[in-house]
Write a protein that binds this ligand. Structure first.
Ligand code: MRU
Length: 346
């Protein structure tokens, strides 16, 4: 049994009935500040500027954004017409392009809107999306940890913990479960440049849990994997295509290539809501390009000479053939390919 009071202590997305409260991930770990979103536009801004980030958390926040939009347009009986909030739904859809959980959540909310047309039904649906994500993460924690032999070392990338989800996390949930079950003896995580989700967020979560871990520079991954200290690279996902190709934080592809080269196994952990059977392969996944300023500045200070240009793609695609296992709450797919994906998610 996992002690969730130790291994799941943070909530980044909190619905408090009147407004959506988000832990501002731009300011962690130096400051723990909650941002209050009272309308859909504030939620759109929070998703776009990374106040809230991580594929499942983005979907959950967007679902509550729909509730906020509906509330402003509802009649005296709490009924709302789908056309009345079409504009807000469109801006929520445009807030970030890669994580499919955003579109999955908005589609699900759209169905409730058309079928029930009430603020109360939308609020129940958003709460259900959040609760289902937490229980999916706990299930994936057990399924993923079961793949890991005792005394293993793991490397993870980006932040996939409570901050990125409804709680517990996807890849970080597997690491938490693996540590709690005594299977994982060594935890390493990357800094995840340029936004430093690893340095700022994953390190903070692991510290809170009392899990001993070491931060490495992204560029130290090959050296670490060559050392034999790591048996599994474990990552989350922003979108898994119908053939198993997986988009995740920039740098995931190089870890997948390295893992195969050094005989280290590679696990992707993501809820069913991250699987996009409507996208045939990784080549069809839109890759977000963010402001080059994220690379040219460090902690708000310009570090590159004026005039330097940068290209800032923030996701890449690990091809299915480099993935040993995809873990969702429905089960584990080993050596994923189009047929195995179809058999699980048709
Ligand atoms: O740009 P971000 O921080 O939203 O990217 C997050 C990631 O890439 C995560 O690895 C992914 O969303 C999985 S989170 C459970």
């Amino acid at each position: 049994m996992i002690d969730y009071s130790r291994y799941d202590r943070v909530r980044a997305v909190r619905w408090e009935g009147d407004a959506l409260h988000l832990l501002d991930q731009r300011r962690l770990p130096l400051e723990e500040v909650m941002i209050r979103c009272e309308d859909a536009q504030a939620v759109v801004a929070a998703i776009a500027n990374l106040t809230v980030r991580g594929a499942p958390a983005i979907g959950i926040a967007a679902a509550y954004g729909v509730v906020l939009a509906a509330r402003t347009k509802a009649d005296a009986f709490g009924r709302v017409n789908a056309d009345a909030i079409a504009g807000e739904l469109a801006t929520l859809r445009a807030s970030r392009p890669t994580a499919v959980n955003l579109f999955w959540a908005l589609n699900r909310m759209g169905e409730v809107l058309r079928a029930a047309g009430s603020v109360a039904a939308l609020e129940s649906a958003a709460i259900a999306i959040e609760r289902e994500d937490l229980s999916a993460n706990r299930r994936m924690g057990s399924l993923g940890a079961a793949l890991i032999a005792p005394d293993s070392g793991v490397l993870t990338h980006c932040n996939t913990g409570s901050l990125a989800t409804a709680g517990f996390g996807t890849a970080l949930g597997v690491i938490r479960a693996g540590v709690a079950e005594g299977r994982i003896s060594r935890v390493f995580h990357t800094e995840t440049r340029p936004w430093l989700q690893g340095t700022r967020l994953t390190a903070w979560e692991l510290l809170k849990d009392g899990i001993e871990a070491h931060l490495i520079a992204d560029s130290a991954a090959a050296h670490l994997l060559a050392s034999g200290k790591v048996q599994w690279v474990i990552v989350g996902a922003d979108r898994i295509a119908a053939n198993g190709d997986t988009a995740n934080k920039i740098g995931t592809l190089q870890l997948a290539v390295l893992a195969r080269h050094f005989g280290v196994r590679f696990m992707v952990v993501a809820p069913r809501s991250t699987v996009d059977m409507g996208t045939a392969s990784g080549a069809d996944i839109p890759i977000e390009l963010r402001d080059p300023a994220e690379m040219l500045n460090f902690a708000g200070t310009r570090v590159a000479a004026e005039g330097v240009q940068a290209l800032n793609p923030v996701f890449d695609v690990a091809p299915a053939e480099l993935i040993d296992a995809i873990v969702t709450e429905l089960g584990t797919i080993t050596a994923p390919d189009r047929d195995r994906m179809a058999a699980s998610f048709a």
